[in-house]
Design a protein around this ligand. Structure first.
Ligand SMILES: Cc1cc2nc3c(=O)[nH]c(=O)nc-3n(C[C@H](O)[C@H](O)[C@H](O)COP(=O)(O)OP(=O)(O)OC[C@H]3O[C@@H](n4cnc5c(N)ncnc54)[C@H](O)[C@@H]3O)c2cc1C
Ligand code: SF4
Length: 567
């Protein structure tokens, strides 16, 4: 690229790519970022101050706005125009993509829970899946640095599923809402702890990012920078170093090799012109999201890499997992007719229910190996089209009923750990291409008994919590098969290029460096060796910061794998 002599190309501007670019540019390295989506500036484009009453259908979801009229995904969702994907026979899989600068960080839930020592060593405990090639203490200082930079509110709890942050790192969390206190009391009766949810929301200002003012739904985007998204934090900070250039509308088609099989370039489609452009590359970081990165590697076949780039292990596209998901809600009579006041807070759950069953699992008392947590929906929120629920009637009587029921429903959303299995994988569909002729991803999916037993347990626990609060469930519990959400639906897809100790059964080493191509790194959730029930993005960013720091040191060094490769 003319006038910009970059050291590293980063593909993708979401959680992983932006953190990698921030880390490298701060360390003085020049980075060129390629992003398939369009440019996006939350400061001017976010509809955060608009209300449901101003929107068609009171802001409800539509085919082109899956999460409601004001959702911050400007281009993307469960379907992306011109970019299909396919599923295998009897497989259901949903894939959420956001084609915009900042990727899915513009509207993610911002739940940011650390993985714990249990999470990194699952296989050692129960023999299933894979261990990570390091332990929790190796990552703990990087979690502290990431939480400090990103800004996470929460509290140290001392619970075995929630490792503490260093003193002073976490921002003060908002106080629990009345219905959440009711959940906490019910959970206590059942011997289960609740805790403040950790969210990437500022409750004190950092730099020019403001503190949350507790009013607008974070999924619309946050133009004041209180809710973390790369477009109001890492990307502007990296640009301010003078070391970052971003090309948007640049859909990377392939990572290319020279005659000896060494990676030396990337080719992208300029979506505005449809032209292919090839750029020389010394070092490439792929952070296009777990499944896009795997797709890119599988599509980058050559005579030296016939099964796709970095795929001598055959593991690219394998080991894909999502979080398990299931929902249960009920009307709580004790919450009826409360005086209505502003309970918005940071507009998501202030309390949640962390996993409490490690000890029971260790004793073999549960019939599923991995844990889950409950996210809680409750309280008074800005009314939308569904404010009346199933209530019927007319006039004042209906209005009074709606008012009486408003804020009296509590919902539990289960998020659990899934284990990789041989029936869940992605590959390239050789029959279908996207608008630019790039072969698309094809997903295969089947839940195993581990996930179904876990969901059964979760539904029973949620029912017990609701009944302890005085609810009467109007229907029998669904079966786990009926209740479990589809693969991909929780949008925590990970593991497609997993890291490990050996080139035989993993794609990268512990720093995200591919075993086969020392100048190709992966810094998205593809590298996860397992998918703990805690939402994945804090760990994507933490690994990207740690691994990009390591890469920066290699670039500075005159010896080491990168220097050896360059010579
Ligand atoms: C509604 C919603 C709620 C969520 N809630 C949470 C939550 O509470 N907590 C949590 O931890 N996670 C949550 N997630 C998941 C979270 O958003 C993702 O884990 C995270 O954004 C992934 O980061 P990433 O960098 O890997 O990918 P992304 O953020 O998806 O970014 C990848 C970027 O790469 C670009 N790209 C893709 N292919 C190419 C290509 N070939 N060439 C160039 N660019 C390319 C994309 O356009 C995109 O901008 C949520 C997601 C959604 C959608
Ligand atoms: S609730 Fe707070 S963090 Fe969320 S969008 Fe509004 S100001 Fe930003």
């Amino acid at each position: 690229m003319k006038n910009f002599n970059y050291d590293v190309i980063v593909v993708g501007s979401g959680a992983g790519g932006a953190m990698a670019a921030y880390t490298l540019t701060k360390a003085g390295h020049k980075v060129l970022m390629l992003e398939a989506g369009r440019d996006y500036d939350p400061k001017t484009e976010t509809p955060m101050f608009q209300t449901n009453g101003q929107a068609p259908l009171m802001g409800s979801s539509t085919v082109d706005k899956d999460f409601g009229f004001y959702d911050a995904t400007v281009d993307g969702g469960w379907t992306v125009p011109n970019e299909p994907y396919t599923t295998g026979e009897n497989s259901e899989f949903l894939w959420w993509r956001a084609r915009m600068l900042g990727g899915r960080t513009n509207h993610w839930g911002r739940f940011s829970l650390r993985f714990s020592e249990h999470d990194f060593k699952g296989k050692t405990r129960d023999g299933l899946g894979a261990d990570w090639p390091f332990d929790y203490p190796d990552l703990a200082p990087w979690y502290d640095k990431t939480e400090t930079l990103v800004g996470v509110c929460g509290t140290n709890t001392g619970l075995d599923d929630m490792p503490d942050s260093a003193e002073g790192v976490l921002h003060t969390p908002p106080t629990p809402r009345v219905p959440e206190l009711l959940v906490a009391a019910a959970a206590k009766k059942l011997g289960i702890a609740t805790a403040p949810m950790h969210r990437a929301i500022l409750t004190r200002p950092i730099d020019d990012r403001q503190a949350c003012f507790w009013a607008t739904k974070c999924g619309k985007g946050c133009s004041i920078g209180a809710a973390f998204q790369t477009t109001t934090s890492l990307l502007p900070m990296a640009k301010a170093t003078g070391n970052l250039k971003i090309i948007t509308d640049a859909m990377v088609r392939s990572v290319d090799v020279d005659n000896s099989g060494k990676v030396n370039a990337v080719t992208y489609v300029d979506k505005k012109t449809g032209n292919d452009i090839t750029l020389d590359a010394k070092v490439i970081i792929l952070a296009a999201s777990a499944c896009e990165t795997a797709r890119l590697l599988l599509n980058s076949k050559s005579k030296h890499h016939p099964a796709g780039l970095a795929n001598s292990s055959g593991q690219v596209g394998r080991n894909i997992t999502d979080s398990t998901g299931a929902n249960l809600s009920a009307h709580i009579p004790a919450l009826e007719g409360r005086p209505i006041y502003n309970e918005d807070g940071h507009t998501s759950n202030h309390l949640f229910v962390p996993w409490w069953g490690h000890k029971q699992q260790a004793k073999g008392e549960l019939d599923f190996p991995r844990g889950y947590h409950f996210e809680i929906s409750s309280g008074f929120h800005e009314p939308g089209a569904s404010v009346a629920g199933n209530l019927q009637g007319y006039g004042k009587q209906l209005k009074d009923e709606v008012k009486k029921h408003f804020g009296a429903r509590i919902a539990f959303s289960l998020r659990g750990e899934m284990l990789p299995n041989k029936d869940c994988y992605m590959e390239i569909d050789d029959q279908v291409t996207d608008k630019w002729g790039i072969p698309v991803a094809k997903f295969h999916w089947k839940w195993s008994k581990h996930e179904l037993n876990q969901v059964t347990h979760g539904l029973k626990t949620a029912k017990a919590l609701l009944e302890t609060m005085g609810a009467t469930l109007d229907k029998p519990l669904p079966s786990a098969e009926q209740a479990i959400l589809k693969g991909g639906q929780i949008i925590h897809e990970v593991g497609t290029t997993r890291m490990g100790d050996s080139a035989k059964d993993s794609v990268t080493n512990q720093y995200g460096q591919t075993w086969d191509c020392p100048n190709v790194f992966i810094m998205d959730a593809g590298v996860f060796a397992s998918n703990p029930h805690k939402n994945c993005t804090l760990t994507i960013m933490t690994l990207a910061m740690r691994n990009a720091t390591w890469l920066g040191e290699q670039l500075d060094a005159s010896t080491g794998p990168i220097a050896a490769w360059e010579s």
